[in-house]
Design a binder for this molecule. Structure first.
Ligand code: NA7
Length: 541
C-alpha cells in the first residue's frame, strides 16, 4: 500500500480512507491521488466494481444506456472502450470497470478482502480510527464512504429459512461459479427490478419455475439490442453532446420529462405517445413521459391503465394477468423494472405464479416452501428480496462521530444531511451517493459528487485545515429542503425502498424521505455555489 505511515502497534495512517471500490470509490481514488495525499481504499470484495461485482445473478444488466453510464472524465477511456450492447449485461460492465482499474493502476491503492466494521471519530485530533473485520486498524484524517445506496442485501424474515436443504442464493451474493437451472425446480422470491431480470433469464432453461410475488410492479420493455461497430463509431462521435445532455436532464438520464401535461393533448395524441414510449428503449416511458404522470393522480391513472392493458394483452391467462397488474400503486411511483419478455414467461407451461398476498408463505422447510394453501418442493430457492437501501450500508458499520455518537442513533427516524455529503457531529466524514443526494443515472451523479468532495478535501489541504464539519443550520436547511421537494410526489405515498420501507427489518415500517427528488442541475447549482463561496457554509478549522 503506497504512502502509509505505520505506527508501532501497526496502525496504518493515511490522509484519506475510502470505503468501497465500486464506481464511486474507484473514481474518488483517482481524484484524490491528484491531490498528492496518502489514500487507501478498503474493499470487502476480492475485486473492483461494487454493485457490478456483487450482483452476478442471471440476467443482471443496465437499465440505463451503457454509453450514458460510462465514466466521462477520461477522453482516452471513452476512445478505447467499445460497448457491445445498448444495455450492457453485468459481465460486460464488470470487465469495463476492471479495464478502468487497470488503465489507471487503481488496484495498487485498494486493499481487497477488507470489510470495514467500525469507524470512530477521535475528538482529540480530528481523525478517524477505522477497523476491518479481520482486525486490521487504520487511521485517517478523512473518511470517505463509497458504500452504495443499494448494497446491503436483505434476506426475508421467514420462519425456517435455515432449514432448506437445497441450493439457495441471494441475488446480490450470487456465486462466482456458473449456476445451472436445467431440470431443476426453482423458486424465486421477489419481483423487484432484480427479480424481474432473474425470472426472465431463469425461465429460459429451468425445469420448473415458481415465482412468489408479494407486490407486482409495473414493468415495461427494455428493447435492448447489440451495438454494431458502425453505431459505436457514431456513439463515440456523439459523446460530448450526449454527456452535455445528461447534465441538463432532470435525473441525468438521456430521457427527461416531456414539457406537456397528460391532458393538454388529445386522447389520440396521448395514446400515440404512450405507444411510442412503450416501443422505445430504456427508461423513456418513466423518465421521459408527460411531465405530470408522477404528481397528478389522473395523469398517473392514464399511464397505469395503458400499461395494464399491455399486460393483459401479453399474458394469456387473464387471472394471472390480473395478479401481475399492480393495484396498490400507480405506474412509476416505484422503481420501474425494465423487462425483456417478462410477461410471456407466465405463458410457459413450466412457470407458476404464486400470489403471496393471497396465500402467504408460512415457512420454509427442508424440501421447499409452505404457503397457507400448499407445500412446494424445490431444488433451489433464489432470494431476490432486495436491500436495506440508502442507510443500510451505513448501519452495518459501527460509525461514531463526536463524543461517541452513533450515526445510527443520529439518523433514527430518517437521515439528516448537509447536501447529502456531510452529517453534523461527524467531522471529516464525506459521503458519496449518501442519503439526500440525487441518484438518477448514477455514474453521472457519482462523478459530480466525487468532484465536489475532492474540492472540499483540496480546500482543507490547501488551508491546512484539520476539521471539516457541517453546521447544525446547514443540515437542518438541507434536510428540510429535501423533505419539501418530496411534497406532492405520488412515490412518497407508496411503500418501497425509495421511501425507506423494508418489511424484513425491525423499525423500518415508517416511511421517510431518503432521496433528493429535485433536479440534478438544481443540486449541482446549489453545491457549486457553496464551493464558489469558499465553503463558508461549512465549519472548517
Ligand atoms: P426491491 O426492489 O426492494 O425488491 C425486493 C422484492 O422482494 C420485492 O418484490 C419485495 O416485495 C420482495 N420481498 C422482500 N421481502 C419479502 C418477503 N419477506 N416475502 C416475500 N417477498 C419479499 O429490490 P431489487 O433487488 O429488486 O431492486 C433494488 C434496486 O436495485 C432496484 O430498484 C434497482 O435500482 C437496483 P414487496 O414489494 O416488498 O412487497
Amino acid at each position: 500500500m503506497s504512502g502509509a505511515h505505520e505506527t508501532a502497534n501497526s496502525v496504518r495512517d493515511y490522509d484519506a480512507i475510502v470505503i468501497g471500490a465500486g464506481i464511486s470509490g474507484m473514481y474518488q481514488l483517482y481524484r484524490l491521488r491528484e491531490l498528492g495525499i496518502r489514500v487507501l481504499v478498503l474493499e470487502a470484495g476480492t475485486g473492483v466494481g461494487g454493485t457490478w461485482y456483487w450482483n452476478r445473478y442471471p440476467g443482471a444488466r443496465f437499465d440505463s444506456e451503457s454509453y450514458s453510464y460510462s465514466y466521462s472524465f477520461s477522453k482516452e477511456l471513452l476512445e478505447e472502450w467499445d460497448w457491445k450492447e445498448h444495455f450492457a449485461p453485468q459481465p460486460e460492465t464488470l470487465s469495463y470497470l476492471n479495464h478502468v482499474a487497470d488503465k489507471f493502476d487503481l488496484r495498487r491503492d485498494i486493499q481487497f478482502r477488507s470489510r470495514v466494521v467500525s469507524a470512530h471519530y477521535r475528538d482529540a485530533d480530528n481523525g478517524w480510527d477505522i477497523a476491518t473485520e479481520s482486525g486490521e486498524k487504520f487511521r485517517a484524517r478523512f473518511l470517505i464512504t463509497a458504500i452504495g445506496p443499494l448494497s446491503a442485501p436483505v434476506m426475508p424474515r421467514i420462519e425456517g429459512i435455515e432449514n432448506f436443504k437445497g441450493e439457495s442464493h441471494h441475488t446480490a451474493r450470487w456465486p462466482h461459479e456458473p449456476v445451472s437451472f436445467a431440470g431443476k425446480r426453482v423458486a424465486v422470491i421477489g419481483t423487484g427490478a432484480t427479480g424481474i431480470q432473474t425470472i426472465q433469464e431463469v425461465a429460459k432453461t429451468v425445469g420448473h419455475l415458481t415465482v412468489f410475488q408479494r407486490t407486482p410492479n409495473w414493468c415495461t420493455p427494455l428493447h435492448n439490442r447489440k451495438i454494431t461497430p458502425e453505431e459505436m463509431k457514431d456513439i463515440r462521435a456523439g459523446y460530448p453532446e450526449m454527456f452535455r445532455r445528461c447534465q441538463e436532464t432532470f435525473a441525468c438520464f438521456l430521457h427527461t420529462p416531456d414539457p406537456r401535461g397528460t391532458f393538454e393533448v388529445s386522447a389520440e395524441e396521448r395514446e400515440a405517445f404512450f405507444e411510442h414510449l412503450y416501443a422505445s428503449p430504456g427508461f423513456g416511458i418513466w423518465q421521459g413521459n408527460f411531465k405530470d404522470i408522477l404528481v397528478n393522480r389522473e395523469a398517473n391513472a392514464a399511464i397505469s391503465a395503458f400499461v395494464a392493458r399491455k399486460i393483459r394483452e401479453r399474458v394469456k391467462d387473464q387471472a394471472v394477468a390480473e395478479k401481475l397488474i399492480p393495484k396498490n400503486h400507480g405506474f412509476g411511483t416505484r422503481r420501474v423494472p425494465m423487462e425483456t419478455k417478462y410477461y410471456e414467461v407466465y405463458n410457459q407451461p413450466n412457470v407458476k405464479l404464486v400470489d403471496i398476498e393471497e396465500t402467504p408463505i408460512e415457512r420454509i422447510a427442508e424440501k421447499g416452501i409452505k404457503t397457507t394453501d400448499a407445500e412446494y418442493e424445490f431444488d433451489m430457492i433464489v432470494y431476490a428480496t432486495g436491500f436495506d437501501a440508502i442507510t443500510g450500508s451505513f448501519d452495518r458499520i459501527d460509525i461514531r462521530g463526536e463524543n461517541g455518537l452513533a450515526l445510527k442513533e443520529k439518523w433514527r427516524g430518517g437521515p439528516k444531511t448537509y447536501l447529502g455529503v456531510l452529517v453534523e457531529s461527524f467531522p471529516n466524514m464525506l459521503m458519496l451517493i449518501g442519503p439526500h443526494t440525487a441518484l438518477g443515472n448514477i455514474p453521472r451523479s457519482i462523478e459530480y459528487n466525487v468532484e465536489w468532495v475532492t474540492g472540499v478535501v483540496r480546500h482543507a489541504v490547501k488551508h491546512r485545515a484539520t476539521r471539516v464539519a457541517a453546521t447544525a443550520e446547514g443540515v437542518e436547511s438541507w434536510t428540510n429542503h429535501v423533505k419539501s421537494l418530496g411534497v406532492g410526489l405520488l412515490s412518497n405515498e407508496v411503500d418501497s425502498w425509495m421511501t425507506g420501507i423494508n418489511s424484513n427489518i425491525e423499525g423500518r415500517q415508517t416511511r421517510f424521505i431518503a432521496r433528493y427528488s429535485g433536479s440534478a442541475p438544481a443540486y449541482r447549482e446549489r453545491c457549486d455555489q457553496v464551493a464558489a463561496d469558499g465553503y463558508r457554509e461549512l465549519s472548517i478549522a
